[in-house]
Design a protein around this ligand. Structure first.
Ligand code: NAD
Length: 520
């Protein structure tokens, strides 16, 4: 996501909005007080600009110290019996349930979304934590593998071991659900985690780390770092054993380059430009309701939110009427919150202005819908396929709606994107058939974003949306390395892997291969 129009501070870093001061006595992110004055920044309420708290801009040295502290903690956490680890994670889960209101109020304050939306976010995060805790051992624990014909006298096993220390860098738009999508699975897989939340949501990150420390007080298994790009970059180069990044594709590239320094493996979850397809046989009331919610909840600041809608011609006008009626009822500041990053307002404005200049029409709202820090709903039609509003992530409560001649055209248009995160399909009879043609990581049929709330499903995209998977069994394995072991159970006469092979060993091998794989 671009950051045009923001003020620039030292080191070329873009610091809009934040109060930067030098002082002692800051809320420290790590357990050791820094020995020199620390630059700090303030977290602000995006709706009012009121200061919430101050946090240190952790230096590269502090990042390295945190990673070093995490190493023995990781060994201790990994050495726990899986049942003990599971019990600790469920204790944390319990605490999150008990304190959902408190956490949701903090999310509402620091991120700007309504408290009820925050409750939904926290609840989905809890479902994932619970699932990861319950399934980690079954999915990652040692299991027997058939040795096959060539090693029939061996017993083979495979298990998945924790990497050690996992660095997690998070965004601000879902400040609990998104980072916990990596953190819960990394912890369940037996890793320690060093977490740098977005500079827009450090207080929420700190809340999570403190609540975990209440149930795991023995070791710093889950630590917090706060700061901007430089702190994130330092985490990428601090020799963590794996780095999980969620944010924009532009930053994802920088994260990959930084991780390459030490050949640190990384999972990169980036943005999207998700499409919603309305087939002629769709329930149009449902499709309109879900398009509006999927495009506008959280003020449209959802990586897998709906940004583009493709509607089959026979139901286009009818759908537009229903969509407009639904969107017209919404009001920014009442039904959803402000734009969290002030710089995003300029991007939304650019997309709207450009779309209208290129022949697009606003059915509802337009550039005048931007009332800093809020943006009222905007519906655009007739927007060219190559306009920024059709190709770039807008991250605002806006939808482009396009008439298509057929479902086949809708699929081609939906796939014609640099991104490949998620999609949704509305159809009574062809839902699966359409879903299977979409080049994305996740599809919801007759709903939007439902896959996010199903912990057993993997989450992630392709192309500019990144690579690697969080959530589900894939998400657990993303934070573990496989170890394969074979053990000879008894000797067999056919000896091949030796400089003293049995007589006619190669001939017998060829005969075996013919018998086993040579037919058909
Ligand atoms: P961002 O890329 O600006 O920042 C993300 C994080 O990276 C922040 O913590 C930031 O401080 C850090 N960072 C910035 N520069 C860095 C650098 N050079 N090295 C290391 N870390 C650095 O993104 P954002 O504005 O916080 O989040 C919004 C973006 O995240 C959108 O594109 C959205 O689609 C995407 N997102 C994706 C998912 C997903 O699961 N795919 C989920 C939520 C958000």
């Amino acid at each position: 996501m671009g950051r045009e129009g923001w003020g620039r501070a030292g080191g070329g870093q873009v610091w809009p909005y934040w109060l930067l001061v030098s002082s002692l006595g800051t809320m420290t992110a790590t357990s050791e007080a820094p020995s020199t004055p620390t630059t700090e920044f303030a977290s602000l309420d995006p709706a009012t600009g009121a200061e919430i708290a101050r946090f240190p801009v952790n230096t590269a040295a502090e990042v390295r110290q945190a990673v070093e502290r995490a190493r023995p903690a990781a060994r201790w956490w990994a050495s726990l019996d899986p049942k003990q680890r599971r019990a600790r994670l469920h204790a944390w889960r319990h605490r999150l349930v008990e304190r959902t209101d408190e956490l949701s109020r903090l999310i509402a304050r620091e991120n700007g979304k309504p408290v009820d939306d925050a409750v939904l976010e926290v609840t989905i995060a809890i479902a994932h934590l619970s699932w990861a805790a319950d399934h980690a051992h079954r999915i990652l624990g040692r299991r027997r593998v058939s040795p096959g014909l060539l090693a029939v006298n061996h017993a083979a096993t495979c298990e998945y071991l924790p990497f050690g220390v996992v660095g997690v860098i998070g965004p601000w738009n879902y400040p609990v659900h998104t980072p916990l999508g990596s953190i819960s699975y990394a912890l369940a897989a037996g890793n320690a985690v060093v977490f740098k939340p977005s500079e827009y949501t450090p207080a929420i990150g700190q809340w999570l780390v403190h609540s975990f420390a209440e149930v795991v007080p023995e070791q710093p298994v889950f630590q917090l770092l706060t700061g901007f790009a430089d702190t994130g970059n330092a985490l990428c180069t601090a020799s963590v054993d794996k780095l999980a990044f969620t944010g924009s594709a532009a930053t994802g590239r920088k994260v990959m380059a930084a991780c390459a320094t030490n050949l640190t493996p990384c999972v990169v979850e980036c943005g999207g430009k998700d499409a919603l397809i309305v087939a002629a046989d769709a329930d149009l009331d449902l499709a309109a309701d879900q398009a509006v919610w999927g495009g506008m909840f959280n003020a449209g600041q959802t990586c897998a939110g709906v940004e583009r809608v493709y509607v089959e011609a026979p139901v286009y006008e009818q759908f537009l009427t229903k969509l407009t009626a639904q969107a017209r009822r919404l009001q920014a500041g009442r039904d959803y919150g402000p734009i969290t990053m002030p710089g995003q307002l300029a991007i939304i404005d650019r997309h709207l202005t450009d779309a209208l200049a290129q022949g697009g029409r606003a059915l509802l709202g337009g550039p005048e819908s931007i009332r800093e820090p809020f943006v009222d709903p905007v519906l655009l039609v007739d927007v060219p396929a190559d306009a920024a509003a059709s190709t770039e992530e807008t991250f605002g409560p806006t939808l482009t709606v396009t008439k298509v001649a057929s479902v086949a055209e809708a699929v081609v248009r939906a796939n014609d994107s640099g991104y490949g995160l998620g999609a949704s399909v509305f159809s009574r009879r062809q839902g699966h058939q359409i879903a299977e043609q979409l080049e994305v990581g996740m599809v919801s049929i007759n709903s939007v974003l439902t896959y996010a709330s199903i912990p057993g499903l993997p989450w992630g995209g392709s192309r500019e949306s990144g690579f690697g998977r969080i959530h589900g069994p894939d998400g657990l394995k993303e934070f573990a390395r496989s170890r394969a072991i074979t053990g000879q159970r008894f000797p067999i006469p056919l000896r091949l892997s030796t400089f003293h092979p049995s007589k006619n060993a190669v001939g017998q091998l060829k005969q075996l291969a013919r018998l086993r794989w040579g037919r058909g």
